[in-house]
Design a protein around this ligand. Structure first.
Ligand code: AP5
Ligand code: MG
Length: 222
């Protein structure tokens, strides 16, 4: 089982890099932010609960997040492996993932940190538009869609996330960067951490992410 963890601050480019990497590896992306946004859209109890935290720029409590993730990992399409985007986000989540994988005789193959300085994160989130169907991200200036307001990949409408308002962007960075540092340390300690320079153009970051898989045992399907 190939388990690739994409780590990075809010706006670093995880959601930009995950789908093309998934296509190359032949395994699905599991993004907890996307799962929470789908739950909010459905108006479920989970969505109502998660929304309170998301709108405030805070992390959703570990208990809720871990059970959502484990449910998704148990689905048949995740049997050969997954790319995790936005999970784990705390040391508790990282440990819960290790335990769940160990039960299947597996472990995290590699954790790739997409490293981007804070001022660039704000620029990226402020200009972001994502698609309704699958959350594919675009940027007003650095990665515009071919046709205004429409997703290149699936043709769905583009919109701006509720948590991409300036005050919420600041809250997300203030509230979440400390926990990210702990997760980075967790994977540094277990020897699977790789860091890529996320300040490069999107294609160069993709190439660096691909190169970071060398020697990890994670094989490209194509
Ligand atoms: P989530 O949806 O995961 O948001 P996030 O971590 O804040 O990350 P983003 O999606 O904002 O950034 P990204 O790294 O995906 O960047 P993107 O590729 O879009 O989580 C949302 C909320 O859900 C959290 O705040 C929390 O409340 C909750 N949550 C989720 N997971 C949780 C968990 N595990 N535990 C607890 N709570 C959880 O790129 C950003 C922009 O930059 C785009 O416009 C893109 O086009 C552009 N861009 C990307 N790469 C480049 C590049 N190389 N050069 C120039 N522009 C670029
Ligand atoms: Mg994302």
């Amino acid at each position: 089982m190939n388990v690739v963890v994409l780590l990075g601050a809010p706006g670093a480019g995880k959601g930009t890099q995950a789908p093309p990497l998934a296509a190359r590896l032949g395994i699905p992306v599991v993004a907890t932010g996307d799962l929470f946004r789908a739950a909010v859209r459905d108006g479920s109890q989970l969505g109502r609960e998660a929304r309170r935290y998301m709108d405030a720029g805070q992390l959703v409590p570990d208990e809720i997040t871990v059970s959502l993730l484990l449910e998704r990992l148990a689905r048949p399409d995740a049997a050969a492996g997954v790319i995790l985007d936005g999970f784990p986000r705390t040391a508790v989540q990282a440990k819960a993932l290790d335990v769940a994988l160990a039960e299947r005789g597996a472990s995290v193959s590699v954790a790739i940190l997409v490293d981007v300085p804070a001022d660039e994160l704000v620029r990226r989130m402020s200009g972001r538009w994502i698609c309704r169907a699958a959350g594919h991200p675009y940027h007003e200036t650095s990665s515009p869609p071919r046709a205004a307001g429409i997703c290149d990949v699936d043709g769905s409408e583009l919109y701006q996330r509720a948590d991409d308002q300036p005050t919420t962007i600041r809250a997300r960075m203030d509230q979440q960067l400390g926990a990210l540092a702990q997760v980075v340390e967790h994977y540094r300690a277990s020897g699977v951490l790789r860091t890529v320079d996320g300040l490069q153009p999107i294609e160069a970051v993709s190439a660096a992410v691909g190169a970071a898989l060398a020697g990890t045992g994670v094989a490209m399907a194509r």
